[in-house]
Design a binder for this molecule. Sequence first.
Ligand SMILES: [Zn+2]
Length: 262
Amino acid sequence: MASRVLAATSSPYSRAAFAAVGGAIVIWGMINAVSAVGAMNAGLQPPAPAPVVTPVTAPEPPPPPPPAFVFDAPLPGHVVNSPFGLRQMPWEENGRLHEGVDIAAPAGAPVHVATDGVIMRSGVSSTYGRFVEVGHKDGFHTFYAHLGRDAGLKRGTFVKRGTTVAYVGSSGRSTGSHLHFELRNKAGKPLNPALFMGKTFAEKDDLPLKAAARVGRKVRLAQVSRWPEGVKAPGKMAANGEGGVTRVKGGRVRVRINVVDG
Ligand SMILES: [Zn+2]
């Protein structure tokens, strides 16, 4: 019985089948080996060069255009002690428009032109004392008054913003050493300089022209340390020797506004 089984398993067909199967295994194994070598070779290939990454840098933004208007304070570091608006001096019967700002400063302090311009005129007036007027682009004018002296710049001289055009004094009708500073538009209308001093405006449309031309109805009674020479009190004299001044009632009075000689 056992021998018959052996005979059966050792038949030539069986061996051939075995060899064929074995061959197929060997061939399959070789294919696998070839694939593996190929894969290994592929792995040995130098890596593809990394793509050149150009750093993405935003193009340099163009420098912003310079602001269309730059206004400096004519006396940097000194404050306005009498603002633009209706004001009544103690020797006046009516209030009137103070067409600029007063900036107290010691006599001799240099007065800087607020923005680039051209000297238009300089001279002496009985009320403003010694003054200098400068013209600027778009018809603006600045006016510097009660000066001790001007800087001797001739009419037509171009002055860069910050140039010293004069020196503080107390000439004309003045109650102490200070600068009276005005800014006017091209029509000659006074603007509130406080809305321009120390400010820059990118475009012409940014200028606060309407707000600066507005005059509140409130009249401030000016406080003065001394009366200027040649000024007489209107009306009858009070017991203390001061003038009979028409006082402002409730902060509002009907006023006659003189547009010049403030
Ligand atoms: Zn003034």
